[in-house]
Design a protein around this ligand. Structure first.
Ligand code: TRP
Length: 349
């Protein structure tokens, strides 16, 4: 090799270093509209991180089937709903790759390979699996449900993700992924990076009922796609400090859902509102109105971005198809390495 060739290689190497930014993978099960809890918990992070990292967003329809296998009719609509919510929230399809899990068969293939190195006990002891199976009232778990953390490890690993921005409940799955990857790399060959979870710094957003986290199934959510009127109506019904009967009673913002939302979506005014509430200077109705205004201001740009996709639904499909194609290409490359590492590359030269 001549000196200039060596130099060229070095430059190319450097270019590779700067071009191959760290990769992010995260995503959601398509089970309906995304709400403010999704935004605070993870979507906000993703919108910011897409500028710094090569971002992959998975719409995990196979994982949705682990609980909704009896009603797949809804999926095709829900997949598009999630994509629309991502785009409305500010995910830029030029920066982030949005794709559909079931259309990348290499993920299913990798799930099978990974399943050889995970014990049934590891899955049984996964705290999120336990909590969810209780929540769904499962007396017995299907193999697919018990094993979905393996499938999630494949979601993360097929694209060699380094970072996984998720809510706290997903930590056990990232831990499981790290274990799998470590074992794979030690046993066969160094194919995968060990991914890190990136957890949102804001605590879980409470639902309008003030009793539990915001969730679709509890019917206590404000959706990113709600209209101005819907947002205002929902806020008017939100639970506040139960000890406040008259509007000049001193309030306890720490137990008030509406204050919790001020902290999340009205940071500039939340100190002032806290002080006014404690002193009984602001009543709950006035406080709610201020929140409604802020929330609608926050949602307005999302509403504007959404119009284009409502008017032209084919755009969503195009973005999903393009993203899925790119994901498949990356998956194909990783799976060749996996097959070689596992000595399954019988017919390659
Ligand atoms: N389990 C995640 C949730 O319920 C969704 C998901 C599927 C995911 N595959 C993933 C998240 C991979 C992060 C990485 O929200």
């Amino acid at each position: 090799m001549t000196r200039s060739q060596a130099l060229l290689n070095q430059i190319k190497g450097d270019n590779l270093m700067t071009d191959s930014r760290q990769r992010i993978l995260t995503g959601d099960r398509p089970t309906g509209k995304l709400h403010l809890g999704h935004y605070v918990g993870s979507l906000k992070n993703r919108v910011e991180l897409q500028n710094k990292y090569d971002t992959f967003l998975i719409i995990a329809d196979v994982q949705a089937l682990t609980t909704n296998f009896e009603s797949p009719e809804q999926l095709s609509q829900d997949v598009r709903q999630v994509a629309r919510d991502y785009l409305a929230a500010g995910i830029d399809p030029e920066k982030a790759t949005i794709f559909v899990q079931s259309m990348v068969p290499e993920i299913a293939e990798l799930t099978v390979f990974f399943s050889m190195i995970v014990t049934v006990n590891q899955l049984r002891h996964n705290p999120t699996i336990k909590a969810e199976s209780e929540q769904y009232g499962y007396k017995e778990m299907t193999y697919g449900f018990l094993g979905y953390p393996i499938s999630q490890a494949a979601d993360i690993s097929f694209c060699k993700a380094n970072l996984v921005p998720v809510g706290e409940d997903q930590i056990p799955h990232i831990e499981q992924t790290r274990k799998i990857v470590r074992k794979f790399n030690n046993m066969y060959d160094q194919v995968f990076p060990e991914p890190e979870a990136l957890i949102s710094d804001f605590p879980r957003l409470m639902g309008l009922d003030g009793k539990a986290k915001m969730s679709k199934s509890l019917n206590n959510a404000i959706y990113l796609s709600d209209t101005e009127k819907e947002v205002n109506q929902k806020i008017m019904q939100a639970k506040t400090d139960p000890a406040r009967i008259h509007k000049d009673d001193p309030g306890h913002p720490e137990v008030c859902t509406v204050f919790h939302y001020h902290q999340a979506f009205n940071t500039d005014e939340s100190d002032e509102i806290e002080a006014d509430c404690r002193a009984g200077r602001i009543g709950c109705v006035a406080c709610k109105k201020r929140l409604g205004k802020k929330l609608n201001l926050f949602l307005d740009p999302m509403r504007e971005r959404r119009i284009k996709y409502i008017e032209n639904p084919a755009l969503i499909d195009e973005i999903l198809m393009r993203g899925t194609e790119k994901a498949r290409k990356v998956a194909g490359e990783t799976l060749s390495q996996v097959r070689a590492a596992m000595k399954l590359d019988y017919f390659s030269a």
